[in-house]
Design a binder for this molecule. Structure first.
Ligand code: AMP
Length: 446
C-alpha cells in the first residue's frame, strides 16, 4: 500500500498530513494523487467520506509549490467550486490544515455572508480560491476577481451542483478560464448530465471510481422502524432515551419538517441545532460548529444542507423521513461511517414511504432489517401487498409476529441504538481523524 511518504510531497505538507493523523492513503487518494501530479484531467466518482478532499488538495498544493505560475492581484491560480457553503468551508479548513506550514494564500467566497471581507481577501491575489458558483459570479461581475489566470479548476460534488441548478453559473465561470488548465471533477454519482458536463470541461480525462453506493451502505448498521406517521415524534423521543445515541444526525425531507423536529427536541430538552436552506449562513455554521464540538447532541438537517458535511464521530443517523431520492439515503447514512469508521442508522418508515424504502433497497442491493422492538411498531407495513396495511400503531401489542423482514431470521433486536452501542468502540473507532477529536464528546446526556 502506498504511504504518504512515497508520494514525493513537500516536507511541510507531509508534516501537516502526519500531524492530522493520516497514515495510509485512502483508495481514492491512492488512485488520484499520482494522476493529478502527472498533469492529468480527472473524473473521480467518489462520495464525501472517502478522503477525496485530500485526494485533490494535496497534489494541488504540491503543484502550486513546484509550478511556475505566480499570484497576480485579483487572480487565483486554483479555483475549487463547491455546491454548498458548508462544503466550501470544509474544503477550505482542510486545505488550511494541509498548508499550515506554507505561505499559500487561500480564500473562500460564498453567498449569505458579507461580500466585503471576501473582496478584500481577493484583492492581492490568491493561490487557491474555494467558491460557491453564485457568489463567485457576483464578485466576478463586480470585477473583484479575474478568472483569466486559473491554472487548476476543481469541481466538487458536481452532481449536487447540477441538482441545485448551478449549470448556467458553472458555464459562465468556465467560459472565462484559460483553455490551458488542469481540470478535476468529483461527483458521488455520474448521471448523464454530469457526464455531459465532464465531457465539455475535461480533456482526455482519466476516470477513477471508489466506494460505490453499496459499499458505503454496507459499513453502516442499518435498521428500519415501521411506524405510523402520526407517531414518529413519539418514536424519536423514545429512541433518544438511549444515551448511546450520543451524536445524532436527524434527516427530514423538508425545511418545515426540520424545524418541527428541532422544536420537538427543544421541548424534550435535547440540545440540538438545525441546518437548512432557510437558515442564515451564520446560523447554519453556528449549528454545525456546536454539533461538531459536542455542545449539541443532535443536528437536524435537510439533504441539501447536509450534503458533504463532515463531522467526526456521528454515532447514529436517524431518517425521520425516508428520502424520496434513493441516492440521498446513501449520502445520509454515509455521514456516520466516515473513512473506515462504523456507524448506525435508524429509518422511520410510515405507510406512505414504503415505495421510497423499496427504491432504496434496490440501489443498496440489500434489505434493511426491520427493528420491531419499539412501542410504535406497525406490523406488516413494508412488505404487505398494497392495500392490506393496517394504518394504526399497535402500541407494542403484536411484536414478535414475523413479517419476514426480521434481522437474522427473526431474531429480536435490542433497543434502538443498543446494538449499535456494542459495535462502536468510541472515538478510537474513527481512525486517524484525530485533529478534530479532542473536543469530541461521547455519551453526552440529553
Ligand atoms: P472527505 O471525503 O474529503 O470529506 O474526507 C473524509 C474524512 O476523512 C475527513 O475527515 C478527512 O480528514 C479524513 N481523511 C482524509 N484522508 C485520510 C487518510 N488518508 N486517512 C485517514 N483519514 C483521512
Amino acid at each position: 500500500m502506498t504511504k504518504f511518504t512515497d508520494l514525493g510531497l513537500n516536507a511541510s505538507v507531509l508534516r501537516a498530513v502526519q500531524e492530522g493523523g493520516y497514515e495510509d492513503l485512502t483508495p481514492i487518494q491512492e488512485q488520484a494523487i499520482p494522476l493529478v501530479l502527472a498533469d492529468k484531467d480527472l473524473i473521480g466518482v467518489a462520495q464525501t467520506g472517502t478522503g477525496k478532499t485530500a485526494a485533490f488538495s494535496l497534489p494541488l498544493i504540491q503543484k502550486l509549490l513546484t509550478g511556475e505560475g505566480k499570484r497576480n492581484a485579483k487572480c487565483t491560480r486554483a479555483l475549487i467550486l463547491a455546491p454548498t457553503r458548508e462544503l466550501a468551508v470544509q474544503i477550505a479548513e482542510n486545505i488550511q490544515a494541509y498548508a499550515k506550514y506554507l505561505h499559500l494564500r487561500v480564500a473562500l467566497v460564498y453567498g449569505g455572508a458579507s461580500a466585503k471581507p471576501q473582496i478584500k481577501a481577493l484583492a492581492p491575489g490568491v493561490d487557491i480560491l474555494i467558491a460557491t458558483p453564485g457568489r463567485l459570479l457576483d464578485l466576478n461581475n463586480q470585477r473583484c476577481i479575474d478568472l483569466g489566470k486559473v491554472e487548476y479548476l476543481i469541481l466538487d460534488e458536481a452532481d449536487r451542483m447540477l441538482d441545485m441548478g448551478f449549470i448556467r453559473d458553472i458555464q459562465k465561470i468556465v467560459a472565462q478560464l484559460p483553455k490551458e488548465r488542469q481540470t478535476l471533477l468529483f461527483s458521488a454519482t455520474m448521471p448523464g448530465t454530469v457526464e455531459k458536463l465532464a465531457n465539455s470541461l475535461l480533456r482526455n480525462p482519466q476516470r477513477i471510481e471508489v466506494a460505490p453506493a453499496a459499499t458505503t451502505a454496507e459499513k453502516v448498521d442499518q435498521h428500519v422502524l415501521l411506524v405510523p406517521k402520526a407517531r414518529k415524534r413519539e418514536l424519536l423521543a423514545h429512541v433518544l432515551k438511549d444515551d448511546s445515541l450520543s451524536r445524532v444526525l436527524i434527516f427530514t425531507r423538508t425545511k418545515h419538517g426540520a424545524n418541527r423536529v428541532a422544536r420537538q427536541l427543544d421541548q424534550l430538552g435535547i440540545s440540538s441545532g438545525a441546518i437548512h436552506g432557510n437558515k442564515s449562513q451564520n446560523a447554519r455554521q453556528k449549528a454545525l460548529n456546536a454539533f461538531r464540538s459536542g455542545e449539541t447532541r443532535a443536528l437536524v438537517a435537510t439533504d441539501v444542507a447536509a450534503r458533504g458535511i463532515d463531522v467526526d464521530g456521528v454515532t447514529h443517523v436517524i431518517n425521520f423521513e425516508i428520502p424520496n431520492e434513493p441516492e440521498s439515503y446513501v449520502h445520509r447514512i454515509g455521514r456516520t461511517a466516515r473513512a473506515g469508521a462504523v456507524g448506525a442508522s435508524l429509518s422511520f418508515c410510515d405507510h406512505d414511504e414504503r415505495g421510497y424504502l423499496r427504491d432504496i433497497e434496490k440501489i443498496i442491493r440489500q434489505q434493511v432489517p426491520v427493528l420491531e422492538d419499539h412501542p410504535f411498531h406497525l406490523e406488516g407495513i413494508a412488505r404487505a401487498p398494497e392495500g392490506s396495511v393496517e394504518e394504526s400503531g399497535n402500541g407494542g401489542g403484536r411484536r414478535g409476529a414475523s413479517n419476514g423482514r426480521n434481522n437474522a431470521g427473526g431474531q429480536r433486536q435490542g433497543r434502538p441504538g443498543g446494538q449499535a452501542k456494542s459495535q462502536r468502540s468510541g472515538p478510537s473507532g474513527n481512525g486517524p481523524r484525530r485533529n478534530r477529536s479532542s473536543n469530541r464528546r461521547q455519551g453526552a446526556a440529553a
